[in-house]
Design a protein around this ligand. Structure first.
Ligand code: FES
Length: 114
C-alpha cells in the first residue's frame, strides 16, 4: 500500500535541521529523513551504504559537530547533505538512497511505494 507523508517546512528551524519519519517497506519498518541545507530540501532513506543500519546516533541527530556532513553513527562515514555522496568512511563513493518528494510552499510531501 502506498503511503503519503507530509512534513511541514516550519519544523526546520535552522540550516542542517532534519526531520525523521517512519514507513513500511516490504513489510519492514524503515525510516527516512528530510534535511534542509542552504534553503533546499533533500529526502533520504535512513540507511548507511556500508551496512543496513540507521545513520542517526540519537533520534533525529544526523550531523557531525560542525553541521557540515551527515554522519553514520556506526563507523563514522560522512555524507554530503545535498548529494548524499559518501566522501569518507568504508562506503566512500556510494550514495544515500534518495526518496522522491514534491514540495508546496509550506510542505514536503513524500510518496512511498510499498
Ligand atoms: S554502517 Fe555506516 S559506516 Fe559502517
Amino acid at each position: 500500500m502506498a503511503e503519503c507523508i507530509e512534513i511541514l517546512k516550519e519544523q526546520f528551524l535552522h540550516d542542517s535541521a532534519t526531520v525523521k519519519f517512519y514507513f513500511a517497506m516490504n513489510n519492514k519498518k524503515k525510516s527516512g529523513f528530510v534535511v534542509k541545507k542552504d534553503e533546499q530540501f533533500f529526502v533520504y532513506l535512513n540507511e548507511c551504504q556500508h551496512l543496513e543500519v540507521e545513520l542517526d546516533w540519537q533520534e533525529n541527530e544526523f550531523f557531525e559537530e560542525e553541521k557540515k556532513y551527515i554522519v553514520c553513527a556506526t563507523h563514522g562515514a560522512l555524507y554530503e547533505p545535498s548529494s548524499g555522496l559518501c566522501i569518507s568512511g568504508p562506503c566512500i563513493g556510494a550514495h544515500l538512497k534518495k526518496i522522491a518528494y514534491t514540495e508546496t510552499s509550506d510542505k514536503i510531501i513524500i510518496n512511498l511505494e510499498d
